[in-house]
Write a protein that binds this ligand. Sequence first.
Ligand code: MEV
Length: 410
Amino acid sequence: MKKFYQLNRVDRLKELVKKGLITDELFLINENLTDDQLAIFTENTVGQFHLPLGLVNGLKVNGKSYLIPIATFEPSVVAALNKATHYVNSGEGIIVTGEKLPVTGQIFTSYHGDPKEINQKLAENKSFLTDQGNFAVSHLVERGGGITNIKFEFEHNVLISSVEVDVKEAMGANLVDTIVERLAPLIAETVQGEVISAILSNLPTGTPFKAQAKVPINLIGIDTAKKIVQLAQIATFNNARAATNNKGVMNGLIGAVIASGNDDRAVSSALYHGQNLGKDRSFTHWRVSKTDLIGEFSGYLPLGTVGGAITTHPDAIKGMKLLNVKNSTELAHVFMAVGLASNFSALFALVTDGIQKGHMRLQAKSIALSMGVKPQDLQDVVNQMVTLNKFDTLTVQKIMESRNNNDRNK
Ligand code: MEV
């Protein structure tokens, strides 16, 4: 019987339906958008941009097995994640803790007078400001969300009013921007200052999500485990390595975020600025216990399960159906796990075969396919390219000619 990755695209989907993991309706989603639909997402539309969608099949997160769609151009990312899935699932899967946090909006104003007195005045106005802000997003308040706190700070002659909002299942940018734009002139008036600007902060505050993966040492060997720890440690003190280590985390994570229709720029920004930059630049840490290689990844993921592209773009709708999560906390748990698994597979490859071996095989495959090599010939052509260590179209042509000659001479 063929393995999942050996099936063609349609048979893979049929297999998932057969196992009851997806329903037929997933096939019916038309990914080709009309001009009117495209215009919802950007102005000056001239076309549609297609990213390949690969599947991570069965990564176990908090005891549940997930189908995780990854939108990516990088050929090795999904294969690497599936490999990591095999290793981390051999333990108890990845355990992730943390809850979705409120989103903070910032209002920047000048002010006139003594900060202490102004603070007092603002504190007295807090409930009025809360009512006014909530009024601007009454639909959110109806769903049980709204402003949870307002704080005031004075920095470099600027009053920074921070408005914390429980955004429920939305990512929250629009809701929070609506609130702070409404409150900005009211605050400026109270402090006899002028509005400089009002916008959400992409940096959540509070406890970040924490993911932990355990890979049994007997699966990978103690030497490999120790080298992974060493390589991960280098990223904690060497900035150049940290950039690459963190890119390995983002390879899987961003692909998953895009496939869900969430804001990948917001996620990148929150992850980078949530780090204790300057002290420890690495997103991840690895150590060994007696039995396991243990990896940890802690960070902020501002995500939603409703609103924007998530519920309107057919590709995102498909992605969310595959993910099958009940809320944005669960979504963040899955994505944290993807980030950590992606980091593990990169580190594992780096300290064993090196990164090029797997990359070049996939590269060879895509060159061969682009040259029209038939599926039944693919494996052999790729093997020959890898043996020759030549990855160009001329080599494919020569291999195919020699195969055709051999066939003729038989
Ligand atoms: C390549 O896309 C990602 C890696 O460079 C990450 C890393 O070095 O950890 C392999």
